[in-house]
Every structure is written in structure tokens, then in C-alpha cells.
Design a protein around this ligand. Structure first.
Ligand SMILES: *Cc1c(COP(=O)(O)O)cnc(C)c1O
Length: 363
């Protein structure tokens, strides 16, 4: 049987996402004690999950025999109250990554174009290619999205434009004024996708709700994976015009977000104390890492997210050397940054361990 000849052509050329290595995997591979390993590779929350979310998730398990609310009614109701939009302006996904895929289902066909920055979060490109569409990549300028060039890259075939601010893997952000002007300038045949996964770490997150209210084709994406510490539960959401949310809801699985995740996310929205602690801890950690790198004469890209790009020379080699020392970071060769590693901001102690081990790993 030749399965390849039966497969969709776009599947055969589809690149594979490379996730950060799980702790247990590295422990097995290198014969290390899993307890001793720290993972600073996937921008996970070093302060753990929101405690209120954990308590709610445990309670929700007792009703595990029931299908979840496929419409995520309660969660959307709370999101609507928190964000000052209507209930039907939210779509909830199995992580915000699912919503990127749903955008592909709704809008992309072979031959369509998606404009994105390079390097930017790789999932935009993966989804684009999966639907046989073409990724139009616009290089960053001074490490930030070059929005005028991205606007100039739009053609009649463009369906989506993806903007990630703060951007992964660089940690850099565009200003609210830049983002608003860009969103307002988009032609009517293009949907602007604004990925706000790291907006919670900003002191003043940009507010794109005015352009949504004004009826522009804009969707903003948020996640519970980062500041709420719920990456394992897979829940994220988008907010946009009700009409766009209705289209996205049409193409998702009926029960795409499980009940444990819904309960946890709902409670996490109430846990302001936790998110405030994480934002403050993250800022202190960024300072600590940037100061440590300065002392080691290592170049960094000034970050406003919960991770930091560090120029180490041979990123793959330093990744490997750190891993042998029980510290998992992310090589970013696949983002065309072979001289850099991306390090998630950890706890004070984790950051200290990284900085302490860097000189030896560099040698
Ligand atoms: C981590 C991250 C997300 C979140 O993805 P989930 O599927 O919600 O876990 C989204 N966008 C970017 C750029 C990210 O780095």
C-alpha cells in the first residue's frame, strides 16, 4: 500500500512543529534525575498554574462522565464581562493554536496568501501550508514587525495577515498606535489576526477593541497557557465581530474544549492576585536575565514577554551543553536564528541556575 500517493499533496510537504523537549524525555535520554531538570523552553509559567484554577479543575473532574458545554457559555459570559464585549464576540479553542487552524478552515484555499513576519510564531506558517496556501514572509525590522512592509505585501490573493505582538521568538512588541493604524489600514478582503498570547505581560496591553467595534476585519487571540499557567489544559480564545466568531464556531469540533479546561479557565480569570504576581515576577526575572547576560557580555534582544533571545554563537551546541546540565532551553535555528537560544524567564532560582551554567556551556 502506498499511502503517500493517497495523501493530500500539502500533507507530504508539511513541515513538522518542533516542541520544547519534555522533562521526562530529557531525563531518560541523558540519565538525569527528572526532579533536577528545569525547563525554560516553551514559555510556560514558572510559578505553576493558577491555584484557583487547579481547585476548580479538581471539582470539575467529579462530573467527568458528562460532555462539556460545547458552546463554552459560562466562560464566554465571563470573558465578555472582563473584556467589555458581547458574548457572541468570543470563540474558544483547544489552545489559541486551534483558533489559528480554524481561521485556515474558514478562509484558506490553495493559492491564497497569508502575510506574516519572519521570524514570527511558526504556527501561522504551518497552518498556511496545511491548507495549500502560500506564506508571504516579511523580515522583521529592528526585531519588530515591519508593519508598513507587511501592508505593502498584501495582494488581491491575501486572505489573512498575522501579527504577533509581543512576538515569539523575539519578545519584542509594536506600539498600540502602530497596531491600530495597521488594523485600520487593512483592505476589506483581508482578515487581520493579532496574536496577543503575551499581552498579559505588558504593563499596558494594546487595545484593539475600537477597531473591532468599528467593524474592521480583525480578530485578537489570547491564551490561558502563559500568564494563567494552564498550558497543559489547552484553552485559548479569540475576540472579534460576532459574524466572524460564528464562522469559526461552524468549523470547530462540537466539544473542542474539555470541561476541566473550561472550569479552570473560568476560575483563572478571577485569580487576579496570581496573574499580578506572575507579571511582577516575570519583569524581575527578565531584569535578572538581561543583567546576567550583560555581565557575560552576551547580546540579548530587549524583551517585554516571558522569554529572552540570547546570542550564544552556536545555538544548537549551547542548547545541547545546557541540556546535559539539566537545563532545557530552545534552539531557534528553525527560526533562522542559529546563533541564538530562546530562554523562558524562570523563577529567581531557575534564572540563577541558567546564568551560573551559561559560561561552561559556552566554552
Ligand atoms: C504560546 C503561544 C500561543 C499559545 O498557544 P496555545 O495553543 O493557546 O497554548 C499562541 N501564540 C503564540 C505566539 C505563542 O507563543
Amino acid at each position: 500500500m502506498n499511502y503517500q500517493s493517497l495523501a493530500n499533496p500539502s500533507v507530504l510537504t508539511q513541515p513538522v512543529y518542533e516542541p520544547g523537549k519534555p522533562i521526562e524525555y530529557v531525563a531518560r535520554e541523558l540519565g538525569l534525575d527528572a526532579e533536577e531538570i528545569i525547563k525554560l523552553a516553551s514559555n510556560e509559567n514558572p510559578f505553576g498554574p493558577s491555584p484557583l484554577a487547579v481547585a476548580a479543575a479538581k471539582r470539575a473532574l467529579d462530573r467527568g462522565q458528562l460532555y462539556p458545554d460545547g458552546g463554552c457559555f459560562e466562560l464566554r459570559q465571563k470573558l465578555a464581562a472582563v473584556h467589555g464585549l458581547a458574548l457572541d464576540q468570543f470563540v474558544v479553542g483547544n489552545g489559541s493554536n486551534e483558533i489559528i487552524e480554524l481561521l485556515g478552515h474558514v478562509f484558506l484555499r490553495p493559492g491564497d496568501e497569508v502575510v506574516m513576519a519572519a521570524p514570527a510564531f511558526v504556527v501561522y506558517k504551518l497552518v498556511t501550508l496545511l491548507f495549500g496556501a502560500k506564506a508571504i514572509e516579511v523580515p522583521l525590522r529592528d526585531w519588530r514587525h515591519d508593519l508598513p512592509r507587511m501592508a505593502a505585501a498584501i495582494t488581491p490573493r491575501t486572505k489573512l495577515v498575522c501579527v504577533c505582538s509581543p512576538n515569539n521568538p523575539t519578545g519584542t512588541a509594536n506600539t498600540e498606535a502602530e497596531l491600530l493604524a495597521f488594523a485600520q489600514s487593512l483592505p476589506n478582503h483581508v482578515v487581520g489576526v493579532f496574536d496577543e498570547a503575551y499581552a498579559d505581560f505588558l504593563e499596558a496591553p494594546p487595545d484593539l477593541r475600537p477597531v473591532i467595534r468599528a467593524g474592521r476585519n480583525v480578530i485578537c487571540l489570547r491564551t490561558f497557557s502563559k500568564i494563567h499557567g494552564l498550558a497543559s489544559l489547552r484553552v485559548g480564545f479569540g475576540y472579534a465581530a460576532a459574524e466572524l466568531c460564528a464562522l469559526l464556531n461552524r468549523v470547530r469540533q462540537p466539544f473542542n474544549v474539555n470541561a476541566i479546561a473550561q472550569a479552570a479557565a473560568l476560575a483563572a480569570l478571577d485569580d487576579r492576585e496570581f496573574t499580578a504576581k506572575c507579571a511582577t515576577g516575570n519583569r524581575a526575572g527578565l531584569e535578572q536575565l538581561m543583567a546576567g547576560c550583560r555581565e557575560l557580555h552576551l547580546e540579548t534582544v530587549p524583551s517585554v514577554a516571558n522569554f529572552l533571545l540570547i546570542k550564544v554563537g552556536d545555538g544548537a551546541r549551547v542548547f545541547d551543553a545546557l541540556q546535559r546540565r539539566g537545563i532545557i532551553v530552545r534552539p531557534v535555528k528553525s527560526y533562522d536564528l542559529p546563533e541564538w537560544i530562546r530562554v523562558t524567564v524562570g523563577t529567581r532560582e531557575q534564572n540563577r541556575r541558567l546564568l551560573e551554567n551559561l559560561p561552561a556551556a559556552l566554552r
